[in-house]
Design a protein around this ligand. Structure first.
Ligand SMILES: [Zn+2]
Length: 464
């Protein structure tokens, strides 16, 4: 061995290294938290055995909720914070998260971000970005956008389903324009608020307002109409948009038509829609699966899988928004007040591997694109994140494709205490998760110190 080979801090031996571009058997060297060598003679400190395993870039989950939305004190809300959320992430092979940061009423976007920065600095163990939520498009908030962009916050989240979107539509559209002009990517929850509220009130009047009728309260038409409007907003403003948690075939077609015209429309789907249908919502305790949009029909599931395989869908986002089961099933809730969201950070990557790659529905390189490379590119984090290349952060998952587990939310890291997939047999779990060269998961144990996560400035999103 030539003496010129520098020592690595960490060597990952014997695995199959896979990126969005392809895969090959080779060893990896990590130095100073970055990938320092791919293949060739390696020597140095600690060695990890990746024999029989895949070595993948860590997943980026750009859609999680680890800080609460505005809510009345004493009422239930999402139960994870940056600490438990990070633990779930590491256990599931996710090394970068994107958190939705909600301002309280009267709070500026900067103040909300500062608040979440304090929480994340104390507890986050994986790297993170914070997406500011524009709930009230007042002049002061619009004026903040260029300053946020200058500080490398290049994302903005809007909820088309909110009453405020309808009543302040011009200001919301202006926000999308300003965001795009300053290189920001606008994330949009696409459901038409008026149609959703109409459907919910109608069910209540008919005595069908219980949680079992959740799917009927959020019709596909409301999603399709909102996606069409979002595409039109993209066209009118020239600003790129990222449709979060797209759920239906009709909405996918609407987004695809926009893309076919060359518009910068990007599409995220949520894992839940790939494995479950609305039939599960009508079963006993089906309310545990409530999220918005709701679970759809088998034809929608099929269309989403086709979209994953052909590249129409750009990314997967867990929309990790966990509740305790009792709060979720609370019979005092109805279709207009239902508690939305489930825990999915720990299960997103293994479930997609098991149901997607293992079955041959998507290729391994497509899997890497969906879970890592595409979100890194869209959110201005590539090539620091999202690939395995010399100089990139050593954020890696050594995934054992033959490791089988039956999902049991009680033993997982989220405080919600249950999983939407409880009882499902899943192949493909992390043997090791590595974040900036630190082994943060080993033998099923999370080893990271709370607070070791770093905030990531964005550069060159899809908007630039
Ligand atoms: Zn969400």
């Amino acid at each position: 061995m030539p003496l010129t080979v520098p020592d690595s801090d960490l060597i990952i031996r014997g695995g199959t290294v896979a990126t969005a571009g392809g895969s090959a058997e080779c060893d990896l060297g990590v130095t100073g938290g970055k990938i320092s060598q791919i293949g060739g003679a390696l020597r140095g400190g600690r060695e990890l055995d990746a024999t029989g395993a895949l070595v993948l870039p860590g997943a980026l989950d750009m859609h999680v909720h680890l800080s609460p939305p505005p809510h009345r004190p004493g009422t239930p809300t999402w139960v994870d914070d940056f600490g438990t959320g990070s633990a779930a992430a590491m256990a599931g092979g996710v090394t970068t998260i994107g958190n939705m940061t909600f301002p309280a009423e009267g709070e500026s976007l900067h103040e909300a971000l500062d608040r979440d920065h304090i929480a994340a600095r104390a507890l986050a163990a994986v790297d993170y970005v914070l997406h500011p939520v524009l709930a009230w498009p007042v002049a002061e908030a619009l004026a903040e956008l260029p300053r946020l962009a200058a500080a490398d916050y290049l994302s903005l989240k809007l909820f088309m389903v909110d009453q405020e979107f309808e009543s302040q539509a011009e200001a919301m559209i202006e926000a999308v324009r300003i965001a795009g002009q300053h290189g920001m990517l606008t994330l949009i929850h696409c459901e038409d608020g008026a149609l959703v509220r109409f459907a919910g009130e109608r069910l209540l009047r008919a005595g069908r307002g219980g949680l079992a009728d959740w799917a009927a309260s959020r019709p596909v038409a409301a999603e399709r109409a909102a996606v069409e409007r979002a595409v039109a907003i993209c066209e009118a403003t020239g600003s790129p948009i990222y449709i979060v948690h797209l759920s239906s075939r009709a909405a996918l077609r609407a987004a695809r038509r926009g893309r076919a015209r060359g518009l910068p429309v990007f599409i995220e789907t949520r894992p839940l829609y790939l494995y479950l249908t609305s039939a599960a919502l009508a079963e006993p305790d089906g309310a545990r699966l409530i999220g918005a949009p709701p679970l759809r029909e088998p034809a929608d599931v099929k269309a989403l899988w086709a979209g994953l395989a052909d590249g129409t869908v750009d990314a997967l986002g867990s929309d990790h928004a966990p509740w305790r089961l009792a709060d979720k099933l609370d019979p005092a809730q109805d279709v207009t007040t239902a508690r939305q969201g489930v825990a999915d950070l720990e299960t997103m990557m293994p479930m997609l591997f098991s149901a997607g790659v293992r079955t041959g529905r998507i290729s391994l390189s497509r899997f890497v694109s969906l879970t890592s490379t595409n979100p890194a590119r869209l959110f201005g984090l590539f090539p620091r994140k999202g690939t395995i290349a010399v100089g990139s952060d050593a954020d890696l998952v050594v995934l054992d494709p033959n490791q089988r587990r039956t999902i049991d939310g009680r033993s997982m890291r989220s405080r919600s205490g249950y999983s939407a997939y409880d009882g499902t047999e899943v192949y493909g779990w992390p043997r090791y998760t590595i974040s900036r060269g630190d082994v943060v998961l080993e033998d099923g144990q999370v080893l990271a110190e709370p607070g070791r996560g770093q905030w990531l400035p964005m550069a060159g999103t899809a908007g630039r």
